[in-house]
Design a protein around this ligand. Structure first.
Ligand SMILES: *[C@@H]1O[C@H](CO)[C@@H](O)[C@H](O)[C@H]1NC(C)=O
Length: 178
């Protein structure tokens, strides 16, 4: 009772209190990987790239992102086909039309995010950026996050873990980091 009252009082003065996620408690990847349905062709690409470039704990895996972009045709000969991304996603989500506007919006937003954040990320000379281009991983992760945040109800797993992860992504900055 008193705890609730103090939360109420704090919230009356803090703006982003409604969702109230703890931004220091980053949700685990396993907890949100499958929260939002993915199209079958994308799952095949992911399976292939997971095998080729397995994730190691705590290490950025830029080659995985590059692999996904290569395999989907978003990257051709190392060049990201920006004007084709929407069409490629549209094709992937063909059987899931609810997702098309979500994907379109994600591409617009992430294009902007990548443009503004990339310079900053490269300043830190991230480990592994010499092996593979980091842009696909940053871009891809941004699209992944946007898809979760705006996931249509038809594809959403309504579980505590997923809802918590979604609140975190909505409210905590730096969620573009891998
Ligand atoms: C992606 O394709 C480019 C160009 O064909 C190639 O140089 C690069 O090694 C590929 N990246 C991965 C991670 O397979």
């Amino acid at each position: 009772m008193f705890r609730n009252l103090s939360v109420f009082l704090v919230c009356a003065f803090a703006v982003q209190c409604l969702a109230d996620p703890d931004c220091s408690q980053r949700p685990k990847k396993e907890d949100f990987m499958n929260c939002c349905a993915k199209p079958a062709p994308f799952k095949d690409v992911m399976a292939k790239c997971n095998e080729k470039f397995p994730f190691q704990k705590g290490e950025p895996n830029f080659c995985h992102g590059e692999c996904v972009f290569n395999e989907t045709g978003i990257s051709v000969n190392g060049v990201i086909q920006k004007d084709k991304i929407s069409a490629i996603l549209g094709e992937m989500y063909k059987a899931m039309p609810d997702f098309i506007p979500v994907a379109t919006k994600a591409v617009e937003k992430c294009d902007e995010t990548v443009r503004t954040k990339m310079a900053k990320i490269m300043e830190h000379k991230p480990e592994g950026a010499d092996k593979c281009n980091p842009v696909p991983a940053v871009y891809g992760f941004c699209i992944f996050v946007e898809t979760i945040v705006n996931c249509p109800a038809s594809g959403w797993q309504n579980t505590d873990d997923c809802n918590r992860a979604r609140e975190f992504m909505k409210s905590c900055p730096m969620h573009h980091k891998q």
